[in-house]
Design a protein around this ligand. Structure first.
Ligand SMILES: *[C@@H]1O[C@H](CO)[C@@H](O)[C@H](O)[C@H]1NC(C)=O
Ligand SMILES: *[C@@H]1O[C@H](CO)[C@@H](O)[C@H](O)[C@H]1NC(C)=O
Ligand SMILES: *[C@@H]1O[C@H](CO)[C@@H](O)[C@H](O)[C@H]1NC(C)=O
Ligand SMILES: *[C@@H]1O[C@H](CO)[C@@H](O)[C@H](O)[C@H]1NC(C)=O
Ligand SMILES: *[C@@H]1O[C@H](CO)[C@@H](O)[C@H](O)[C@H]1NC(C)=O
Ligand SMILES: *[C@@H]1O[C@H](CO)[C@@H](O)[C@H](O)[C@H]1NC(C)=O
Length: 412
């Protein structure tokens, strides 16, 4: 009896949790399509190209899905992921077309703007899709740059959530020479040029002047790279301190602004935690903590807390964001003594007495940037940090186990 009521409560709270989760976002195209294995390839590529995120952030939208056979026709020509993105973005109409509306188009024909058109990569009218009601209840789809030849048709409605999102199936991939044209990948983009053109010229110029650091960034670009570039005002104000550093430390400071993995904005918002950088080198940690702060994403180094203020590029394998402060690693600069008590990251000070001794050892004059810290200091620092990190994760893991154990126990 009692067991049963506990089980009911558990099930109730689990379903409440699910309701909460599913209400957190208006719609989730990945989840909508997950129920339909015949669209698994299409769904997979919506995620790979990050179109899924863009679709989820729009309402009054129609996704024209194609089945796995149609997708393998498209993929058989081995288009680059950027070309696939252009083609699939032509399949996202910026208007709501449910089955009913498709069959009752005013005047029998309409032009729908698409996400491809909205990217600005589509010249002229090539980003529009012509929808035409045909004889026998057929509905034809054709990109505007297809000489008005219609050979793609509405198959069925997959999911309609009026008037937020309609997912329909069409018979084939929409043929568009413009969308299918080879698209340059962001890996070929010149990251210093992008930063220069968007308010981070001082940082970009400083990076170009440092051959070692520039090489590190360049060689990471292909395998995945996230750059946090300080805006000009911030880096300009920091230049006197920067010039005070030894050459090796200048390189480390610049490399500290790069992370050797691609992190989309969505990933940064959902994966809070410690992040290694291009400056990380075995014993020298040079990491910082990513933490959401309301709508903002902040980067905490124990010396400064910087905020992401803009996105310059966010496309696999490269992301470049602007930050409002220069990231100062604790390996090069003295941790802020004047920050209020709750400021230090919990992972260090939580339960280890060591960091405080380390701090007093490591707190000489405020002008010690140019001196190398004694290696023992760094070693102690790292051991303390690692222990704290292990403890921290251990605690979380422990509570997870307890939680699972409790659910299993109550359910049995
Ligand atoms: C439609 O989108 C709006 C805004 O995101 C949301 O508040 C609403 O709940 C959605 N409606 C449905 C039926 O999902
Ligand atoms: C959408 O659903 C997928 C699969 O259920 C999930 O992995 C993803 O995190 C969800 N995205 C959002 C933004 O909720
Ligand atoms: C339908 O056709 C009429 C007459 O040609 C035109 O005035 C009207 O704007 C059209 N409506 C739409 C929605 O295209
Ligand atoms: C769509 O294509 C059809 C057939 O080629 C054409 O008759 C119609 O005018 C086009 N519709 C629009 C809105 O351009
Ligand atoms: C990238 O752009 C910078 C100017 O911001 C230029 O100096 C550099 O030569 C360019 N690099 C490549 C590889 O084109
Ligand atoms: C540069 O270093 C010198 C010597 O360590 C110090 O006196 C000075 O305050 C530093 N300047 C800046 C701007 O950090």
């Amino acid at each position: 009896m009692q067991l049963r009521s506990v089980t009911t409560v558990t099930l109730l709270s689990i379903s409440l949790l699910f309701i909460f989760i599913s209400n957190a976002h208006a719609h989730n195209i990945t989840r909508l399509l997950a129920d339909h294995p015949e669209f698994s390839t299409f769904n997979h590529y919506l995620s790979l190209t990050h179109l899924a995120g863009e679709i989820n952030s729009h309402t009054t939208i129609t996704v024209c899905a194609v089945d796995n056979a149609a997708m393998s026709d498209l993929l058989s020509t081995h288009p680059s992921i950027y070309t696939v993105k252009n083609i699939l973005s032509l399949h996202v109409l910026l208007d709501y077309f449910g089955a009913k509306k498709l069959h009752q188009i005013t005047n029998g024909t309409a032009l729908a703007a698409t996400m491809f058109q909205a990217t600005g990569s589509a010249p002229g009218s090539s980003g529009f899709v012509n929808i035409t009601d045909l004889k026998g209840g057929k509905v034809g789809f054709s990109p505007e740059d297809n000489n008005n030849q219609i050979n793609t048709y509405f198959v069925k409605s997959v999911k309609e959530i009026p008037y937020n999102i309609s997912v329909i199936q069409i018979s084939k991939v929409l043929p568009s020479d413009v969308a299918a044209a080879p698209a340059p990948g962001p890996a070929e983009t010149n990251i210093t040029a992008v930063m220069s053109a968007h308010g981070c010229k001082v940082f970009a110029d400083t990076l170009i002047a440092d051959v070692d650091a520039e090489k590190t960034f360049e060689s990471s670009a292909e395998g995945g790279l996230t750059v946090f570039c300080p805006v000009d005002d911030a880096f300009k104000a920091f230049l006197p301190k920067y010039k005070n550093l030894t050459a090796a430390r200048k390189t480390a400071l610049l490399e500290y602004h790069g992370v050797p993995v691609y992190q989309s904005m969505a990933m940064l918002k959902s994966n809070n935690g410690v992040m290694n950088t291009l400056a990380t080198d075995g014993a020298s940690k040079f990491d910082f903590t990513v933490q959401n702060d309301g709508m903002d994403v902040t980067l905490k180094t124990k010396v400064v807390t910087a905020k992401i203020t803009g996105t310059l590029i966010d496309e696999q394998p490269i992301a470049i964001y602007t930050v409002d402060k220069v990231l100062q690693p604790k390996e090069l600069f003295k941790a802020q003594a004047d920050t209020p008590a709750p400021a230090p990251a919990p992972d260090v000070t939580a339960d280890s007495p060591k960091p405080s001794t380390k701090k007093s050892k490591k707190a000489p004059s405020p002008s010690d940037e140019a001196d190398s810290p004694s290696p023992t200091d760094d070693a102690a620092d790292q051991v303390a940090d690692q222990n704290a990190a292990v403890r921290f994760d251990g605690a979380r893991f422990g509570s997870l186990i307890v939680c699972v154990w409790w659910i299993v126990k109550t359910m049995l």
